[in-house]
Design a protein around this ligand. Structure first.
Ligand SMILES: [Zn+2]
Length: 685
């Protein structure tokens, strides 16, 4: 995976530059403190179980909600963010008509406006259905397919490998450090989630296929088509043929598919059956000479099927696809079977309520506009500045660790330092605000809103072709509780939503925040030069730059940490897999150590006051432990230990035992469970 969705923050690359040893604006350490020490459990020795000690009152007061497998800092932030976004949307309904906020509110209102949806019936689909009816031959079909191309895939950032349409377009940076955007074409056009659903002989899949064909027949009947069952059978046959030509999920997930670069001549030669010039012209791509055919067999398959299958079959397929795609914003008669079909596919007994679906669709469709509104209200400039200063200082501290790393060869060190120097660490929200002035949103017509948003996204994608790559472009919305690492851009996006307590707590001291968000920043920064970052060089090319000797020496340093983690037993019969979790454990330790260095530097001469220093150090480590507070049920714990590259939070926190200052701050003594002899404390970076 080239991008690792994980935790993390952002920066103005053009404004802030990280030089070795530079410390961003001096921060006052005397901000009002949230009382971290009052949350501890004094009955526990920090040297025995630091996680339980530091999170004592939270662990006592918190229960995992019914129906959830776990509850942690991120869940708390997720729930808070959900309420924040709902409040924002409710308030936006009172904004002036035509304002961006009002457009966002109207988008959701249209989705919720069931009276208007019932009243309009299927009329909103008429333009689509008419354009299909009017197709007289394969040439016109090809043009219609071209016009239907959508920018709804994203192979390298989020691993979205299939389109709602026959083919999907993504315009994003390639894997060889290309200076301009690359056009990617990906497979799509199936009503069921992927190829397996059409070809698998498993009984469940066979049953789903039967249900799906019936469902398609019902949609066509409701939309007024005769011979609906026969048409559904033909649609199923065509989708099955498309599925057979598709790449599997595993084959799709290979980033080296980016090397399947096809010229226009390749399309004509390798994918006969369709007039590709006409297709690309209709798609507004007449001037684009090359595309990455991410799944070449699918491209070949689509063209062959356009050539071989009867026109009427294609037309029924397109009718079924458009009705299905918009079913949730058609009258109740369409919604109910669509939800039942979705529940069957996802194995959920209850479909989510309409309000929830409206929220989810609005979040995706209007993500940038909503994100700006979110950040304006919930992530003020002073918080952004404070996080940016932490980021700059942690990167500077990590840079010093790279310079001092004994296992790294000089050539590799040069690459690592070059990557850190140009790293863009985005905090809160993207640098550029999208212009929504061209988007019309009608509070009573969700079908048209969805179509206009899709058209707009497509136009924006096509407009970037030939343009230089914007290294500060964001791939996650500010109101998303997550973060994303973008190796192609040597960049990290840290959304505002995640920058909330206890990950970043504006009411807490800087020391506590360096322990919390600072350690996360350090963790993510380390990924740019660790085993993950080793696959991407300083020119943003997918090219391994560690030497074999680097790897050997790094592994020797890492083995001690592997052994340390393999010694943890969350349950009597369950041990942590030190090898499985080694990459993340190394990043945790590197992040905590760099954050600690950075925090200590901000103390300046106050570090000479021993009592003050001890208090601040305690806040640093408690802030770290608090940001990973969590509870998990036993079954989920077993699954996590077996499959997740991240160790359970309690053990991630225990890595404090590798930092000397933790021993002083909490009077940790030999004989306590987390105590390590100084020579047994691990340092990788
Ligand atoms: Zn990580």
């Amino acid at each position: 995976m080239s991008r690792v969705p994980s935790l993390g923050g952002m920066l103005f690359a053009a404004v802030l530059v990280w030089w070795p040893g530079s410390i961003a604006s001096a921060q006052t350490l005397d901000q009002p403190h949230s009382d971290l020490e009052s949350g501890i459990d004094p009955s526990i020795q920090p040297g025995d179980d630091f996680f339980a000690y530091a999170n004592g009152s939270w662990l006592r007061a918190t229960e995992i909600p019914a129906g959830k497998e776990r509850w942690n800092a991120r869940s708390e932030i997720g729930e808070l963010t959900r309420r924040q976004v709902l409040r924002l949307l409710d308030d936006a309904g009172a904004e002036p008509v035509g304002s961006v906020a009002r457009k966002v509110a109207d988008f959701r209102a249209a989705y919720l406006n069931e009276a208007a949806i019932e009243a309009r019936g299927i009329a909103p689909l008429k333009p689509f259905l008419d354009s299909i009816d009017q197709v007289p031959d394969k040439a016109a079909l090809t043009r219609l397919l071209g016009r239907g191309l959508r920018a709804d895939v994203d192979p390298l950032n989020w691993g979205v490998y299939r389109s709602s349409q026959l083919l999907g377009l993504s315009v994003e940076p390639g894997i060889h450090g290309e200076k301009t955007y690359v056009a990617f074409l990906l497979q799509g056009g199936l009503g069921l989630p992927d190829r397996e659903y059409y070809v698998s002989t498993e009984p469940r899949m066979q049953a789903l296929r039967t249900s799906y064909q019936k469902y398609i027949g019902r949609l066509l009947l409701l939309a007024g088509f005769d011979r609906a069952d026969q048409r559904a059978e033909a649609v199923m046959a065509l989708e099955t043929a498309l599925a057979q030509a598709e790449a599997t999920r595993e084959a799709s997930a290979n980033d080296h598919n980016a090397d399947n670069l096809w010229t226009r001549a390749d399309f004509a030669r390798q994918a006969p059956g369709m007039d590709w010039s006409a297709f690309f012209a209709a798609a507004g791509l007449a001037r684009q000479e090359t595309f990455v055919a991410w799944q070449p067999t699918a491209v070949t398959g689509v063209a062959a099927l356009v050539g071989s299958q009867p026109l009427e079959r294609w037309k029924d397929y397109l009718r079924a696809r458009v009705i299905d795609a918009f079913a949730d914003v058609l009258p109740r008669a369409f919604v109910d079977p669509a939800l039942a079909m979705r529940s069957a596919v996802t194995n959920q007994s209850e479909p989510s309520p309409r309000a929830q679906r409206a929220l989810e669709v609005t979040q995706v469709a209007m993500s940038d506009a909503l994100g700006r509104m979110y950040a304006e209200r919930y992530f003020p400039a002073e918080q952004k500045a404070r996080v940016e200063a932490i980021v700059a200082n942690v990167i500077a501290a990590f840079r010093q660790r790279v310079e001092a790393a004994t296992w790294m060869s000089p050539g590799s060190r040069t690459v690592a330092l070059a990557k850190l120097k140009t790293l863009y660490f985005g905090i809160g929200y993207p640098e550029q605000r999208q212009d929504y002035s061209d988007l019309i949103v009608d509070s009573a017509d969700p079908v048209s809103n969805l179509r206009r948003v899709a058209d707009r996204n497509y136009r924006r994608a096509v407009a970037r072709l030939g343009e230089p790559v914007d290294m500060t472009e964001w791939w996650i919305a500010p109101q998303t509780v997550g973060a994303v690492l973008v190796f192609q851009q040597n960049a990290y996006n840290f959304p505002a939503a995640l920058l909330q307590a206890p990950k970043f707590d504006p009411t807490a001291s800087d020391a506590a925040n360096y322990g919390a968000i600072g350690a996360i920043v350090g963790h993510e920064v380390s990924h740019f030069v660790d085993m993950l970052g080793a696959e991407w060089d300083a020119e943003n090319r997918m090219r391994h730059w560690w030497t074999p000797e680097d790897m050997t020496r790094f592994q020797t340093a890492a083995d001690a940490l592997v052994n340390q983690f393999s010694g943890y037993h969350p349950l009597p019969d369950l041990a942590i897999n030190g090898k499985l979790t080694q990459t993340e454990n190394i990043a945790d330790l590197a992040g905590l150590a760099a954050a600690f260095d950075a925090y200590r530097k901000t103390l300046g001469s106050r570090a000479n006051d021993r009592a003050y220093l001890r208090q601040q150090d305690r806040e640093f480590f408690i802030g770290f432990a608090r940001s990973w507070r969590s509870k998990i049920r036993e079954e989920a714990l077993r699954t996590q230990v077996a499959t997740d590259g991240h160790a359970p939070e309690k053990y991630r926190i225990a890595t404090v035992r590798n930092i000397d200052a933790w021993y002083d701050a909490f009077d940790v003594q030999p004989g306590q469970r987390l105590y390590l002899e100084p020579k047994a404390r691990v340092r990788v970076w």
